[in-house]
Write a protein that binds this ligand. Structure first.
Ligand code: RB5
Length: 150
């Protein structure tokens, strides 16, 4: 798969781990920055990665900031982006299978590199469930998005 990646300075400690883990699993990484650990603003990278995913330039997105929260809040403002801030492998799997998340956000100040690697792997290797009840609920999420579009 092609996976878009972005982080801020808070997520920088996970950057190399994430990119290397994806490449080791033979995924192509679309690195949307930054290029250094200087202080930066997470909404800029969340927007870039979310847009890459909804525009079909990437199959999935991965974002990292201090907690993963700011990245998730920002990415979820892009219609069609479904970002989940996850810190355990079960939630990573559920985020894909049940919720249809297309972006994973991770916390560089809350997760060690080994846990982050496992959460990432669980997310990327899981597939969206075709079960009707899950489809119905995901459709309702889209309905909420459309009903509130400006
Ligand atoms: C930056 O200090 C920090 O606020 C950011 O990385 C992130 O944790 C926001 O959610």
């Amino acid at each position: 798969m092609k996976i878009a990646f972005g982080c801020d300075h808070g997520g920088w400690p996970l950057r190399d781990t994430i990119i290397q883990a994806l490449r080791d699993s033979r995924h192509e990484v679309l690195d949307l920055g930054p290029e250094s650990p200087e202080s930066s603003d997470y909404p800029d990278y969340a927007n870039a990665v979310a847009r890459a995913v909804v525009e079909g330039k990437a199959d999935l997105g991965v974002l990292a900031c201090g907690t993963g929260i700011g990245m998730a809040i920002s990415a979820n403002k892009v219609p069609g982006a479904y970002a989940a801030n996850v810190s355990d492998t079960y939630s990573a799997r559920m985020a894909r299978e049940h919720n249809g998340a297309n972006i994973l956000t991770l916390g560089g100040r809350t997760l060690g590199t080994e846990v982050a690697r496992e959460v990432l792997q669980a997310f990327v290797e899981s597939e969206v469930s075709p079960l009707v009840r899950h489809q119905r609920r995901r459709k309702k999420i889209k309905g909420v998005e459309q009903a509130n579009a400006q």
